[in-house]
Ligand binder design. Structure first.
Ligand code: B1M
Length: 222
């Protein structure tokens, strides 16, 4: 039954059917399905297929946008269920998270932020298309332990390096740990630019965040 629902959620994203995505997400919650699995095994599979069709030239920007809108609508419905565990925990650390300058992709970054909140972190999500100085302002305002920079384009991943350079210039590099992620980012790129850690997905981002603040991992949602 779960797989059938995951497939339907993926299909709603592939077809860019926001109304279907919304009603399926509500139905999945009613049936007691794991919201994170609905996202990773359903919605994410769908948006990956949209990306592949776009790369093949079978989909164009409008389909990319409607697929993303369908996914965001469903995630909004799953979000409260993802957050249930986090509301009763002490704060493990503060993290400023955003997508780097020139990059509008925000779904993965937002999901990582939600999962960190659900696991006891105070998350300051500054949004997408944010410059190094906007990250730095948020770090100063919040006294963050970690800064997380997401990049989905091969062209914008270089902004993660610029952020680290700007942190050094601002005298903040030894005060804040840097976490990087996003589809084109790799462990070796993370090492190359001198970040403190790379996470491939939301689940590994939680493990990494706990390691960076030196707190034993205790995930609420798997
Ligand atoms: Co764009 N796009 N897009 N797009 N888009 C990609 C990234 C692309 C791979 C599609 C493709 O060609 N196959 C391609 C990039 C190619 C490249 O650089 N190599 C691409 C392109 C080309 C573009 C445009 C240039 C298209 C155009 O205009 N001609 C344009 C660029 C706009 C810009 O940013 N300046 C563009 C625009 C868009 C939309 C705005 C329409 C839309 C985003 C909507 C939104 O976010 N509000 C969009 C979408 C939806 C995609 C794809 C299809 C899906 C991205 C997504 O949301 N994935 C994407 C193809 C793909 O990735 N397969 C594609 C789901 C999400 C849950 O996964 O974001 O990977 P992801 O996040 C994961 C992990 O990466 C990780 O955890 C998350 C959860 O597991 N993670 C982190 C992410 N951030 C992290 C941070 C961390 C740790 C882990 O720590 C801080």
């Amino acid at each position: 039954m779960s797989q059938e629902m995951f497939d339907k959620l993926a299909e709603a994203v592939i077809e860019g059917e926001t109304n279907d995505a919304e009603s399926l997400a509500k139905e999945a919650l009613k049936k007691g399905l794991d919201p994170l699995l609905c996202i990773t095994e359903g919605l994410t599979k769908g948006i990956q297929e949209v990306g592949e069709l776009f790369a093949l030239g079978e989909y164009f920007l409008p389909e990319l946008i409607s697929g993303a809108n369908a996914m965001k609508t469903a995630i909004d419905i799953f979000e409260p269920a993802l957050l249930v565990g986090g509301q009763v925990r002490e704060v493990a650390g503060t993290i400023v998270i955003g997508t780097v300058k020139g990059d509008l992709h925000e779904i993965g970054k937002t999901l990582v932020g939600t999962m960190l909140t659900a696991n006891g972190f105070k998350v300051v999500d500054i949004g997408a298309n944010k410059s190094a100085s906007e990250f730095i302002d948020a770090i100063k305002d919040s006294g963050a332990d970690i800064v997380g920079a997401s990049a989905l384009l091969t062209t914008t991943m270089l902004q993660q390096k610029k952020l680290i350079e700007a942190l050094v210039e601002a005298g903040l590099r030894d005060k804040v740990k840097v976490m990087v992620g996003g589809a084109p980012v790799t462990e070796s790129f993370c090492k190359e630019i001198g970040a403190d850690g790379y996470a491939e997905n939301a689940t590994s981002a939680i493990d990494l965040a706990f390691r960076l603040v030196d707190v034993p991992v205790k995930q609420t949602t798997s």
